[in-house]
Design a protein around this ligand. Sequence first.
Ligand code: ADP
Ligand code: MG
Length: 240
Amino acid sequence: MITLENIHKSYGPVEVLRGVTLDVARGETVSLIGASGSGKSTLLKCANLLETPDRGRVLLDGAAITGPGVDVDRARARIGMVFQHFNLFPHMTVLDNVTVGLRHVRGLPRDRAEQVARARLAEVGLAHLTGQRPARLSGGQQQRVAIARALAMEPAVMMFDEATSALDPELVKDVLAIMRDLAASGMTMLVVTHEMAFARESSQRVVFMDDGVIAEAGTPEQIFEAPRHVRLRRFLAQIL
Ligand code: ADP
Ligand code: MG
């Protein structure tokens, strides 16, 4: 569904991604793990065109979305992003946060957009909070709004960048439960996470990034029970 081919990205003299190739198949969930600074966020940003790779290609459902002549906005609208910080509009209600993209990017009329938004908000357990402003919600609830907002656009793939890292511990499990259900429902997902239980139980494949490259990739069993790369072993020893 999404293919990253030999992605390179530098910031000034620093080469942050040094040739990353990764395929996520339709319906597959891939967890991306690795130490801070290894390039995970930069890889997601290149995948959804928030950053332009210096070299390499991104393909979505078989078609290149990097390179000349690509409608970047259209391509980006097919990739749902959920960040560590929820990036909701503080002056808008929960409902309006979810309808805004539907109305202005997808061009749905207001009543249809609200119908879709209410359905997605109900799925993440927030039907009762549609009229509130984000500031009145807990971090976990705000993150669920962000997930509903992304899902409302009917993305081809969902990407999460440490979606639970900013949450109080007691709020993490609600968000993880939604991510787990989404993975089980057959959504295509690329998930940067420090939640090893999620990586182990909810992804088909785990990819370990180290210093701008994929150092090791495999099934959760391979990665967690029989890690080969010394840096992966060290990372797991620290985090588990
Ligand atoms: P991770 O998400 O794995 O922690 P990042 O992709 O955020 O790693 O960062 C990888 C490296 O790239 C880090 O050394 C970081 O400082 C650097 N970096 C990330 N974004 C920028 C930027 N916009 N400008 C300069 N350096 C950056
Ligand atoms: Mg990051």
